[in-house]
Ligand binder design. Structure first.
Ligand code: NDP
Length: 295
């Protein structure tokens, strides 16, 4: 068997196109563009790259992008004051504070200061709670993107065995919640799980969100499993290479011989994250304007 490659890049491009079309309709209806504010504190190079690509993607979708770049020594109170201002600003539908923040700032306090109705990252405890009890809110972009890929491929997930490896608040836990809402039978594995290979073996769906290069081996997988690899890991550079290759948490080459479908790294889950961020921002805009959110 050679697993089908789940093309997250192509799926994300379609989603972005759809969001772009709906963003145009939103502007026609309301006379203003949907707006996303992104706050970056400090000079972290990876964060700068993410913020730049979010900015470009937001503009490309026909939305307004408000960038706020603050120095690394920004105080808690200055950052919270900016967020309060963005919470009140009617032109801003979504607010995203790029993580990680410099050590002297408390991430939980900062996230808690964002209005839950503008929290398009879905990290606010109110949105985590809404997801847990099945209320309408915002769901973190990466797991929601994984879910879109899974339902696109498998349709109804009812009764399927799903194993999520990783229990972070931004990926593992919301992923498990979404799978549960879709009536899968869900197991969450983590660093204390005993005999991970046999836990993974029973899964029709494996979502790996660990951050360990190629940890999940082909022989752990059930024949025909669908594998979503969230991990992004850089291998040490091979001889003659300047930078090491990017790989996921799953041994992709090996898994191809066992799984029925698998997301590649790069080009799988990664591109979905920004596309879903745009979708969440659009949803926030429609809701803030009191309009029905189109599918
Ligand atoms: P965290 O480090 O917050 O969580 C990792 C999880 O993996 C923890 O729950 C940890 O368990 C578990 N874990 C660690 N070692 C093992 C092990 N040996 N066996 C089983 N479980 C283990 O990471 P994130 O959830 O933030 O991210 C996970 C990966 O996804 C990273 O590679 C990250 O770069 C990537 N990522 C990709 C995104 C994308 O857009 N594609 C977006 C976000 C993340 P415990 O809780 O017990 O410590």
């Amino acid at each position: 068997m050679t697993a089908e490659r789940i093309d997250g890049k192509a799926f994300a491009a379609l989603l972005r196109e759809r969001v772009g079309a709906l963003a145009g309709q939103f502007s026609n209806k309301t006379g203003r563009k949907a707006g996303l504010a992104v706050v970056l504190v400090g000079e972290d190079p990876a964060s700068q790259v993410y913020v730049r690509s979010k900015h470009k993607a937001t503009l490309a979708a026909g939305m307004e992008s408000f960038e706020h770049r603050l120095p690394a020594d920004t105080t808690d109170s200055d950052l919270l004051a900016l967020i309060q201002q963005l919470n009140k600003d009617d032109a801003v539908d979504g607010i995203l504070v790029q993580l990680p923040l410099p050590d002297h700032l408390d991430e939980q306090t900062v996230i808690a200061s964002i209005s839950p109705d503008k929290d398009v990252d879905g990290f606010h405890v109110t949105n985590a709670g809404r997801l847990a009890v099945g209320q309408r809110g915002f769901v973190p972009c990466t797991p929601l993107g994984c879910m879109m890929l899974l339902t696109d491929r498998l349709g109804d997930l009812s009764g399927l065995e799903a194993v999520v490896i990783g229990r972070s608040n931004i990926v593992g836990k919301p992923m498990a919640q979404l799978l549960l809402d879709a009536n899968a039978t869900v197991t969450i594995a983590h660093s204390r799980t005993k005999d991970l290979p046999s836990v993974v073996k029973r899964a029709d769906i494996v979502v790996a969100a660990v951050g360990r290069a190629e940890m999940v081996k082909a022989e752990w997988l059930k024949d025909g499993a669908t594998v979503v690899d969230v991990g992004i890991n850089r291998l040490p550079p091979a001889e003659g290479e300047e930078k090491g290759r990017l790989v996921g948490d799953v041994d992709y080459a090996g898994a191809q011989g066992v799984a029925s479908a698998i997301t590649p790294v790069p080009g799988g889950v990664g591109p979905m994250t920004i596309a879903v961020l745009l979708r969440n921002t659009l949803v926030a805009a429609y809701r803030n304007a009191g309009l029905e959110v189109p599918e």
